[in-house]
Design a binder for this molecule. Structure first.
Ligand code: NAI
Ligand code: MG
Length: 369
């Protein structure tokens, strides 16, 4: 069994509390001989600033670069509101994303049957939902130049942002989406606005060509991004993998996330380019939520987003699909039993702490493997 290196960055606020539940699962996986994970741990965010005045040290950056995958908790909090801009807690995450070359952001939207009734949509619309939004993360209008506000001769000011994509950038995100679809239902929907944007025309052409040349078995559908937002609210189960640019992905992933309920439930992954020698990708897995300073240290944090992020690591970095499925199934089973952290509690549920939720999921997981 090859040893897999995991670098853990719990961070601030509830980060260490939810990471502790992942560590318990990793410990069990190793003890049971299901895999061989070697873990190391570092500091990121406010705790790193307190320790050495930087949001992440060079030593920890080197460990992140050398690891097979990084598990990230959350950073920030009011304690660090006044620290200088370039060493603020978020700078640690931005540095990791940049240096690891993480250009593909994966945001699943899964609706656990037990929580369907809590959605703002009808239960039948969301129950059993399991879609994946693949968002391009390092290009597009958030980064394109020129990007400026200028004052015109007539005294008005003019703002410019530039939506800019190259064929290479579109090809590599399309390949991520097609590769993922191969492990799922075999369907990809590509969202853009080719009707009004040149970048949408190119996006459409490049995704079509990558699909036809390299993934002929995948069923590709093109959808205008505004229609996609509508369809996500009308009948989201028509989709499986949705691929889109940075801006549309930002919006569509938030729409999809809210179909399924609480922030404490949402995992994510960010992937880099494959290593030419091994084919493996640099990767960072993190919950969508932040450090939740309002509930930190009280045992109130929901560990499911963090555990779900680890399940994504099992699936996408290590190919341990069976273990990932069993961990996801353990989460669903515990929710079915009515066990809830406070953020997802409803009438009649058995409200438990972070550690109790983690222990219940671990127990259900142990029973499956
Ligand atoms: P937040 O996601 O930390 O919290 C928003 C609300 O959701 C809070 O009421 C919180 O208690 C609740 N919540 C979040 N995660 C939860 C969980 N696992 N279980 C139960 N309840 C949960 O966002 P907020 O309050 O805007 O930001 C707090 C700090 O986190 C800020 O310093 C912000 O900059 C940082 N942040 C960090 C992120 C990251 O590390 N990737 C992402 C978003 C915010
Ligand atoms: Mg957003």
């Amino acid at each position: 069994m090859t040893t897999k290196n995991l670098f853990l960055l719990p961070g601030d606020g509830i980060g260490p509390e939810i990471m502790a539940e992942v560590k318990a699962v990793i410990g069990f996986i190793n003890e049971a001989g299901l895999a061989d994970f070697q873990t190391d741990e570092g500091l990121v965010g406010g705790c790193a600033y307190d320790a050495h005045g930087r949001a992440i040290s060079e030593e920890d950056m080197a460990k992140a670069l050398a690891a097979d995958a990084v598990l990230f908790g959350a950073v920030g909090g009011p304690k660090w509101d006044a620290v200088p801009y370039d060493v603020r807690p978020e700078a640690g995450l931005l540095r990791l994303r940049k240096d690891l070359g993480l250009f593909a952001n994966l945001r699943p939207a899964i609706c656990y049957p037990a929580l369907a009734a809590a959605s703002s949509l009808k239960p039948e619309v969301v129950e059993g939902l399991d879609i994946l939004i693949v968002r391009e993360l390092t290009g597009g209008v958030y980064f394109g130049e020129p990007k400026e506000i200028v004052t015109l001769e007539n005294g008005q000011r003019r703002a410019v942002d530039t939506q800019l994509y190259t064929t290479g950038e579109i090809e590599r995100i399309a390949r991520v989406a097609f590769d993922l679809a191969r492990t799922r239902s075999g369907r990809v929907a590509s969202a853009e606005k080719r009707n009004v944007m040149k970048s949408g025309v190119l996006w459409n052409q490049v995704v079509t060509k990558v699909g036809a040349d390299e993934y002929p078995e995948i069923k590709l559908e093109h959808v205008l991004a505004d229609n996609c937002a509508m369809q996500l609210v009308r009948w989201p189960k028509q989709y499986d993998v949705i691929v889109c640019d940075n801006l549309f992905g930002d919006i569509l992933s938030d729409v999809a996330a809210m179909l399924t309920g609480s922030l404490g439930m949402l995992p994510s992954a960010s992937l880099g380019a494959p290593d030419p020698a091994t084919g493996t990708r640099r990767a960072l897995y993190e919950p969508v939520h932040g450090s939740a300073p309002d509930i930190a240290g009280q045992g109130l944090a929901n560990p499911i987003a963090m555990l779900g992020s680890f399940a994504m690591a099992l699936r996408y970095s290590f190919g341990l699909i069976d273990l990932a499925e069993k961990l996801d199934a353990a989460i669903a089973e515990v929710l079915d039993s009515g066990t809830r952290t406070k953020d997802i509690a409803s009438e009649g549920s058995n409200v438990v702490s972070t550690t109790e939720m983690g222990a219940a999921i671990l127990k259900a997981f142990k029973a499956k493997v």
